[in-house]
Write a protein of this length. Structure first.
Length: 128
């Protein structure tokens, strides 16, 4: 059993399980009825998304220093009780079920999902 970290909208892999969309907003222009069938997500889970204010800094980030600041602030946001508890639950579930977490960003190295991967691994999750 494992967690996969994916780009939302990409083709699903075999045995991927349910997709959780760790994004601030649903995909634009896509009817809600097509979120799952269009490989976006099965469950919207914004508690693990960067805050709207922090997203602004990500869109503006150009340098390694700016990205490092974004990641540092995101990790700080993930210390909030709801986010921290969610990460603990997902880490535990990763030992019993297949599921995936995702975001829209093309480049995982410049996306909060890279930090979600690290935070889950720090909690002992099984992450592919």
């Amino acid at each position: 059993m494992t967690i996969r970290i994916v780009r939302l909208g990409s083709a699903r892999t075999r045995d991927e399980g349910s997709r959780l969309g760790t994004v601030r907003r649903p995909p634009r222009g896509i009817p809600k009825s097509e979120f799952s069938s269009g490989n976006w997500y099965d469950v919207w889970y914004p508690v693990l998304a960067p805050s709207a204010e922090l997203m602004k800094s990500a869109f503006a980030a150009k340098t390694d220093k700016q990205w490092a600041a974004f990641f540092r602030k995101f990790r700080s946001e993930m210390k909030a009780p709801a986010a921290s508890q969610s990460l603990d639950v997902l880490a535990t579930l990763s030992k019993e079920a297949n599921f995936s977490l995702g975001c829209y960003c093309a480049d995982e190295s410049h996306c909060h999902r890279s930090q979600l991967r690290a935070l889950l691994l720090e909690r002992g999750a099984r992450v592919e």
